[in-house]
Design a protein around this ligand. Structure first.
Ligand SMILES: Cc1cc2nc3c(=O)[nH]c(=O)nc-3n(C[C@H](O)[C@H](O)[C@H](O)COP(=O)(O)OP(=O)(O)OC[C@H]3O[C@@H](n4cnc5c(N)ncnc54)[C@H](O)[C@@H]3O)c2cc1C
Ligand code: SF4
Length: 325
């Protein structure tokens, strides 16, 4: 690794002002499981001059239910989210997503804030020593578009020029399905609005903006949620496709539904068309299947990833049915 300065922040304000002082040449570090790999492999043309460590800020890892809202500190580890009794009983999709992320070691170190801010996993982009200077790094072409795109977007590229990388987070779709919002040092945004389709990063966060907390409203009576993931290995692997669903039933009909796919597009993809299919209806296998068809009806797979359409269709159906009949 190249030399860099390291600051142990004592407060969010101090971390933000350190970041502002470096004007884009410093990085926030939480668990470091994504960032340190990127730095060791030198995948980017530029290298941070400093890291600002959030783990030294007291209380940023707390998880508590308060006034009808579950508040998860950005520094809460994935393991602690997955095992928290409140998450397990009322926010099953999130418990399942956090529990299926990576491996036990990574879940012990990786934080929920870092999980939603992690960088894309395109293998050209991640090539060590900045081997492929692609569009996303300011180069002239996307190597995946005509290359090995078996794990890339099935819903088209980013708004700028066409990077077809996917967002790899397991927890992001669960947060979106559960209607979470993300509190930063500057504002509060809906989890659904956090992600960026631009080439300049995976989120809309400004350079000195820090996620401090995730808030999820207590689900109303009759709500259940689920998370499904397809990966090549069960033990440790990024999702090929994942899907989270939250359904609220009134009597025997679906009153509200939120369905979110991820790893299929440059940002997590809420499939509102599929939600509309099931609203007001009694859930059956056929209804879930109809919704799943609609969820992938506008898919535009690349040369090597048509199989992901089939996987996405199956996961949407299974995740809906997993919310119970
Ligand atoms: C082998 C391996 C397998 C993996 N498998 C999966 C998987 O199956 N599913 C999955 O979802 N993920 C997977 N991951 C990714 C892993 O979950 C993330 O690396 C982890 O969640 C990142 O959290 P962290 O705290 O370590 O973040 P860091 O590495 O510290 O940071 C990641 C990024 O987020 C930024 N950041 C962190 N916290 C904040 C904050 N509070 N505010 C603003 N910016 C912030 C950092 O600046 C950095 O850019 C895997 C990673 C590895 C190495
Ligand atoms: S998909 Fe995006 S990150 Fe991957 S090579 Fe193309 S431009 Fe680069």
């Amino acid at each position: 690794m190249k030399p860099f300065r390291h600051f142990n922040a004592q407060s969010v304000d101090q971390a933000a002002s350190l970041m502002a002082g470096y004007g884009g040449r410093a990085c926030i570090i939480a668990g470091g499981t994504d960032l340190l790999g990127r730095m060791k492999d030198r995948i980017l043309p530029s290298y941070p001059e400093a890291l600002v460590n959030l783990k030294t800020i007291a209380g940023l890892d707390a998880i508590r239910a308060e006034d009808g809202v579950l508040r998860i500190g950005a520094l809460a580890t994935l393991a602690s989210v997955a095992a928290h009794p409140e998450v397990l009983s009322n926010y099953r999709a999130l418990a399942e997503a956090a529990g299926r992320t990576a491996s036990p070691q990574l879940r012990n170190m990786g934080t929920i804030g870092g999980n939603i801010c992690q960088d894309i996993r395109c293998w050209y982009y991640r090539g060590p020593l900045n081997r492929f200077s692609c569009l996303r790094k300011g180069g002239g072409r996307c190597y995946a578009l005509k290359g090995d795109n078996r794990y890339h977007s099935i819903f088209g590229g980013s708004v700028e020029k066409g990077c077809v990388a996917v967002h790899p987070s397991d927890t992001a779709p669960a947060l979106i399905a559960l209607g979470a919002s993300v509190v930063t040092s500057k504002r509060t945004v809906e989890a659904e609005q956090l992600f960026s389709v631009r080439l300049s990063g995976t989120t809309i966060l400004e350079g000195d903006e820090i996620i401090t907390e995730i808030r999820i409203p207590e689900p109303s009576a009759g709500t259940s949620s689920s998370f499904m993931k397809f990966a090549l290995r069960k033990s440790i692997d990024f999702p090929i496709v994942n899907c989270a669903v939250a359904l609220t039933r009134e009597e025997d009909r679906v009153a509200r539904a939120r369905i979110c796919l991820n790893a299929v597009h440059v940002v997590p993809r809420r499939v509102t068309g599929a939600e509309e299919v099931i609203q007001g209806r009694t859930m059956t296998e056929d209804v879930a299947g109809e919704a799943a068809e609609v969820a992938v009806s506008d898919a535009k797979p690349l040369e090597h990833n048509a199989y992901m359409v089939q996987v996405a269709r199956a996961l949407v159906k299974r995740a809906i049915l997993a919310c119970g009949g």
